[in-house]
Design a protein around this ligand. Structure first.
Ligand code: NAP
Length: 196
């Protein structure tokens, strides 16, 4: 079984989106470099530094499934109908959107909560890792002791307000072990293991 890994771009003051979900300023580093990074599963191409491209290539090749929340799904407009990492994708929601409930839908909607979604994502991923998005999904997995690693792409920006990743934690202090730090132009890639 692989690992369960969350990954977000974050401002220095802890926001992963501005008010209303705006990520434009946070995501500047995706277009600041000279190395192409084609986003698996999509026709998008990021322009990042060589160091960032190598880090993303390694991380993204390790994923066998993706699970996230309805907020992420809606904010991205269902990623234009493309499966973000090119892997089985599970969306946790109370109300699956009717327009995506069809035999050829690239998305699986899970209404039984995060643990059920993780079970399905883990089964789909096989030996590979499960990538996790959606702030409320990450928080629920942390609270349940089910998250193994957290990757933060830290950008030199103070957003001041918006959506925080680490709200609503009920576990008390959670120790993290630093696994890797990569300095790259416009972004510092941080990877932590959740100590259990
Ligand atoms: N900085 C970055 O790297 C990055 C990357 C991607 C996205 N983003 C931003 O992150 C934000 C994503 O939204 P979010 O994090 O606020 O929300 P989210 O966690 O993706 O989704 C929250 C929603 O998921 C559903 N949900 C959560 N737990 C559930 C459960 N146990 N059972 C059933 N349904 C459940 C509920 O939707 P329903 O009740 O409506 O079904 C809930 O309102 C967006 O603003 C996006 O722009 C940032």
């Amino acid at each position: 079984m692989g690992k369960v890994m969350a990954g977000f771009t974050m401002s220095l003051d802890g926001f992963i989106a501005g008010p209303g979900g705006d990520v434009q300023q946070l995501f500047k580093w995706y277009s600041m470099g000279d190395t192409d990074f084609p986003l698996p599963g999509t026709d998008l191409v990021f322009k990042v530094s060589r160091a960032s491209a190598e880090r993303m290539r390694q991380a993204w090749a390790s994923f066998g499934a993706f699970m996230t929340g309805r907020g992420d799904f809606d904010a991205s407009n269902a990623w234009g109908g493309q499966v973000l990492l090119g892997v089985p994708t599970f969306i946790v929601t109370h109300h699956p959107p009717q327009e995506w409930l069809r035999a050829d839908s690239p998305f699986t909607f899970v209404t039984e909560g995060v643990e059920a979604a993780l079970e399905r994502a883990t089964a789909a991923a096989g030996d590979k890792n499960v990538a996790v998005g959606g702030t409320t999904i990450v928080q629920q997995l942390l609270n349940a002791g089910l998250l193994d690693e957290i990757s933060i792409e830290l950008v030199p920006l103070l957003l001041g307000k918006g959506i925080r990743l680490f709200d609503h934690l009920t576990t008390g202090p959670t120790e993290l072990e630093t696994i890797k730090v990569i300095e790259a132009p416009g972004v510092t890639h941080l990877t932590y293991r959740v100590v259990k």
